[in-house]
Design a protein around this ligand. Structure first.
Ligand SMILES: Cc1ncc(COP(=O)(O)O)c(C=O)c1O
Length: 390
């Protein structure tokens, strides 16, 4: 197989995407400076200026007011603050339920383990889509018991884009706050907080070319989740902890670059992704493309397949040995051999869910990456099938 290989390819941008050189430069410059943005002296005030300029830049990118941007340590913390914080803020003994979907990221699946709240898991269609009518029916059955609704903007495994504005409008008909996890969407689609109607929205820097370990919860004015972290109350009193000025600056630089040529990049990625799908299906004719058909309902950089008769983990390692980096699903659960909850929710059986791989493209992806995968996928699948049959 290696003799056919035409080189390595990073096809796991949904797990994390390379930092943009401009973001690295901005962060490096800032790392060499001193100043806690909460300090009152000149160095602190300088750091504060950097934070506030970055906040303004991010607000512009995401269609929010600067005061609505609350910095966090990433998407996980932003989701936790929104879902737990809004749930706790609305406790009056009656509203014990959180209405969410069966395809959410693990960052909002705290509900599986808690004794505190009770989850209502909204089902999805075979493409992973959530229908506004299904949300309306689920809410109307439990209207006075639901504290918060949470539906992700775009799915991290199969790339399904949800009708967020319609879903938020349904939640608001019943006076229920609506959270959306836009961590994947923000890297590839225009994300406009105000137009979405959401009350809270999570974003993460490392999915769009910024550093790992910084993100934001966009929090509409007047929406007040109970804090998850307690301390100095640096961010609107809902989030504590010294702000990471270098990371915040790099986050803003990366997000602004992403927004600047979003449409061209999305079109370029969609073309590459369509070619990847074509080439994989040509090499493995019985592979199944999971998720929505390529088009506006799917993230442009996402391709996700089931390879019948294969174990996804084994196939991933065979591809890795040929320099191809991809994922069996969400990076946060990789290494744990359990079938994807997303595919199971979409109606896949256990073996199809286990025999799946995600290939995700990003700002550094090229035709070479697609061709490198195409050169080795056929033989890797043959080998994985032989291994599974043993
Ligand atoms: C949809 C989604 N939400 C949340 C997260 C977590 O973000 P972070 O890595 O910044 O904590 C991820 C990361 O994989 C994600 O894909």
């Amino acid at each position: 197989m290696s003799s056919q290989s035409i080189g390595s390819a990073y096809l796991d941008h949904a797990a994390t995407t390379p930092m943009r050189p401009e973001a690295i430069a901005a962060m490096t410059e800032e790392l060499a400076r001193i100043g806690n943005p909460s300090s009152l002296h000149a160095a602190g005030r300088r750091a504060r200026r950097v934070v506030e300029e970055s906040r303004e830049q991010l607000a512009e990118v995401f269609g929010a007011r600067p005061s609505e941007v609350v910095f966090t340590s990433g998407g996980t913390e932003a989701d936790n603050l929104a879902v737990k914080g809004l749930y706790w803020a609305r406790q009056d003994g009656l509203r014990r339920r959180v209405l969410t979907t069966s395809v959410e990221h693990h960052a909002v699946r705290w509900l599986e383990d808690t004794q505190d709240a009770e989850a209502i898991w909204l089902g999805v269609d075979a493409d992973g889509g959530v229908r506004p009518e299904a949300l309306r029916t689920a809410i109307s059955r439990n209207a006075d018991q639901v504290a918060v609704v949470s539906v992700m903007w775009a799915n991290n495994e199969v790339g399904t884009v949800q009708p967020v504005a319609e879903l938020a409008a349904v939640a608001h008909e019943y006076g229920i706050p609506f959270h959306t996890d836009a961590v994947q969407a923000a890297a590839q689609l225009p994300v406009d907080f105000a137009a979405s109607g959401a009350d809270t929205l999570a974003v993460s820097a490392h999915k769009l070319g910024g550093p790992v370990g910084v993100g934001a919860l966009i929090l509409a004015r007047g929406v007040e989740p109970v804090p998850v972290l307690h301390g100095g109350g640096q961010e609107r009193d809902v989030r504590s902890g010294t702000l990471d000025t270098p990371a915040i600056r790099a986050f803003a630089v990366a997000a602004a670059m992403c927004a600047r040529n979003q449409a061209e990049e999305a079109a370029r990625m969609a073309m590459l992704r369509d070619d990847l799908v074509r080439q994989v299906l040509a090499a493995v004719p019985d592979a199944v493309l999971n998720g929505p058909s390529p088009g506006p309902g799917r993230l442009p950089g996402n391709a996700h397949f089931s390879f019948p008769g294969c174990e996804g983990d084994a196939l991933l390692m065979l591809l890795d040995a040929n320099g191809i980096a991809c994922s069996t699903g969400s990076a946060c659960t990789a290494g744990v051999a359990e079938p994807s909850h997303v595919l199971l929710a979409m109606g896949a059986d256990d073996s199809r869910a286990r025999g799946s791989l995600r290939f995700s493209l990003g700002h550094t992806s090229t035709q070479h990456d697609v061709d490198a995968l195409a050169a080795v996928i056929g033989e890797a699948v043959d080998r994985a099938r032989r291994a599974a049959a043993r």
